[in-house]
Design a binder for this molecule. Structure first.
Ligand code: FE
Ligand code: FE
Length: 369
């Protein structure tokens, strides 16, 4: 085993690490991508042994120190942070299984999926994906959303331009295979390029370029289930159209009667702006960019993971007429998000000048993150 490993016998591997590890009497190691995982295993083990419990960082995988810092920082306001997914794409791959590509891009909306259909997807989901949804549905409570908003929406962590944020997001290291998987920056460029090829307006192209920048939450130490995942309203009954609905039984809000009626703490048709949605990269980025984009683009950013609404047609009773009109655009955006990944690798340096100009058309040189 390499230098710096905790000495002494390995007394057992936390259940959460088992899918990634192999162990003999004295050693623990990760199965794949040896160097990167050695660092991660070391970090995790260090914190685990120091605190006597299992630490969870998102997959920033940088150094022992940063993982430790992230872990300590999150301990005060979240409960049990984990990285069930090997990489964030596992969630997106699961979305693609649930929503296979349709021939013409406008046919993406297929409301009213049957209960059995959901059960089929749930039954065939990978264990990592299942665990991810279990945590997401368990911990995304009404209070959790408020606390994350207080924590992040002061936007005082960094000042960065859009391209700089793209490069920052690209430092997210996970178990993706660099030879076959696209990087975060490539996903953004591919999405934007496909929108551009279909001759959509410039703001639409720009939205494709930026839509996932909120995933930098991972680099601030946030757990996967508080960054990605299908989003849903909190503070009212969970729609049956949310995948893995059964996992909500463990959410403390299930024992709050005021959150368990159809409308919960909201009023019929008052509009989504009044509604608290589960916390993740959509809402965070929306708050960063909302002053600079047209309304259609703001909806795309803010609700692109709100699959229960934009793909299943749920929660229309919380929407006002403006929301209903704008969801047309959220639906128009979704195929570009889901189905552009298989195309060829974009040439970043060739594309950069076009996109720098487009960014400058809408955004100041620096934004608060
Ligand atoms: Fe996204
Ligand atoms: Fe995306």
């Amino acid at each position: 085993m390499g230098r710096g490993w905790p000495s002494g016998r390995v007394r057992g591997i936390p259940a959460e690490l088992r899918p990634y590890t192999a162990a003999s009497a004295n050693h623990i190691r990760f199965q794949k991508h040896a160097t990167r995982n050695r660092i991660r295993a070391q970090s995790i083990w260090l914190v685990y042994t120091a605190l006597g419990r299992h630490p969870i960082s998102c997959q920033s995988g940088t150094s022992d120190l940063s993982v430790l810092k992230n872990f300590m920082a999150t301990q005060t306001n979240t409960t049990n942070l984990k990285t069930p997914l090997q990489n964030l794409e596992e969630w997106e791959d699961f979305l693609k299984e649930r929503y296979p590509e349709v021939p013409e891009k406008t046919g993406a909306f297929n409301p009213g999926k049957k209960k059995e259909e959901f059960r089929n997807y749930e039954a065939t989901a990978r264990p990592t994906v299942r665990e991810f949804y279990r945590l997401n549905h368990r911990y995304q409570t009404f209070d959790f959303v408020q606390s994350k908003k207080r924590e992040f929406l002061s936007l005082d962590r960094r000042k960065m331009g859009i391209w700089e944020a793209m490069e920052f997001l690209n430092t997210l290291v996970d178990d993706s295979d660099p030879d076959t998987d696209f990087s975060q920056l490539e996903h953004l460029l591919q999405t934007a390029e496909q929108i551009r090829k279909d001759r959509h307006p410039r703001w639409f192209i720009l939205t494709g370029l930026i839509h996932d920048l909120g995933k930098i939450l991972c680099l601030f130490g946030e757990p996967q289930w508080a960054v990605v995942g299908d989003t849903f309203p909190v503070g009212c009954a969970w729609s049956e159209q949310i995948v893995f609905h059964g996992f909500f039984a463990d959410n403390p809000d299930s024992r709050e009667p005021r959150y368990q009626t159809r409308l919960g703490v909201y009023e019929e048709g008052r509009g989504l702006d009044q509604v608290q949605i589960s916390w993740g990269h959509d809402e965070y980025l929306y708050q960063v960019v909302k002053d600079y984009l047209p309304e259609e683009a703001r909806y795309m950013v803010r609700y692109h993971s709100f699959y229960p609404a934009h793909r299943e047609g749920a929660y229309t009773y919380l929407m006002n007429d403006g929301d209903k009109a704008m969801f047309k655009w959220v639906r128009a955006f979704n195929p570009y998000d889901l189905y552009t990944k298989s195309h060829e690798r974009p040439n970043v340096s060739e594309l950069r000048p076009f996109y720098e100009e487009l960014i400058a058309e809408y955004f100041p040189a620096q934004l608060r993150w």
